[in-house]
Write a protein that binds this ligand. Structure first.
Ligand code: KIV
Length: 272
């Protein structure tokens, strides 16, 4: 087979091979510009359906349509050239049947050219994960606090707080690994349980609010940048981007009102 262009992009199997090795670094991104920056430092970028809450102002991820995920997935693929790009399957786009899941996941893969998709759910989604991986679609699983289940959980709550809840989460982890998921996100799981699951699985665990015991970490980029108005307690804000944006916008508004911007000799040529 002849090849028109060789991609050096990280693949899903390469992420699986990192099990137990150097920690896997991941962030969400929804746009070409932030993806291009993250691409220099992370192993994979998740186009998370959190975009519904973070940048479109919804109260949950449930209203996010598939077309929106595809639009943002394409933007991220244009910005990132090395990282594996994983696109979230939104609520209602994969749960109904294997056929529905394949049809929509194949659309995401074709239209964005991303390297993998992510679905939420453990045992209940294991058959679907198997169906998709057997048909050429690498799947990242997501268990613990699965935001698309928010109405069943009754809120964004840490999972496995009491030992009697551990077995079900451990069964979810085993089910998605046995089904062929190449990695699994553990969201909001207590540390000893995250440690136990990470030890027991042959695929990498990617933690978000699930302790440093996981094989890798992911955060919502806007949360770690200091751009989100409210963040969960486990999030470390590595920047103050919200404050920097406000400072720049208020300085711009002041200059426009004072007629000190724009300078009359400005041209539209690009700066060096
Ligand atoms: O949608 C998302 O951003 C996610 C991460 C929080 C893992 O699923």
């Amino acid at each position: 087979m002849s090849v028109q262009k060789m991609s050096k992009r990280i693949t899903a199997p390469e992420i699986t091979d990192r099990k137990g090795g150097a920690p896997i670094v991941a962030l969400t991104s929804y746009h070409a510009h932030t993806a291009a920056i993250a691409d220099k430092y992370v192993d994979f970028i998740l186009v998370g359906d959190s975009l519904g809450m973070v940048m479109h102002g919804f109260d949950s991820t449930l209203p996010v349509p598939l077309d929106l995920m595809i639009l943002h997935g394409r933007a991220v693929m244009r910005g990132a050239k090395q990282a594996l790009v994983v696109v979230d399957m939104p609520f209602g786009s994969y749960e109904e049947s294997h056929a529905q899941a394949f049809r929509n996941a194949a659309r995401v893969m074709k239209e964005t050219e991303c390297g993998a998709i992510k679905v939420e759910g453990g045992k209940r989604m294991a058959d679907t994960i198997h169906f998709l991986t057997e048909r050429g679609i690498p799947v990242m699983a997501h268990i613990g606090l699965t935001p698309q289940f928010i109405n069943v959980f009754g809120g964004f709550k840490t999972q496995g707080r009491t030992r009697d809840k551990w077995a079900a989460i451990e069964e979810d982890a085993k089910a998605v690994a046995d089904a062929g998921a190449f990695a699994v996100v553990l969201e909001a799981i207590v540390e000893p349980l995250a440690k136990k699951i990470t030890k027991s699985l042959a695929i990498p665990t990617i933690g978000i609010g699930a302790s440093a015991a996981c094989d890798g970490q992911i955060l919502v980029m806007e949360d770690m940048l200091g751009l989100s108005p409210r963040v969960p307690k486990f999030v470390k804000e590595f920047g103050e981007v919200g404050k920097a944006i406000e400072k720049a916008i208020s300085a711009y508004a002041d200059e426009v009102r004072a007629r000190t911007f724009p300078l009359s000799e400005n041209t539209y040529e690009m700066k060096d």
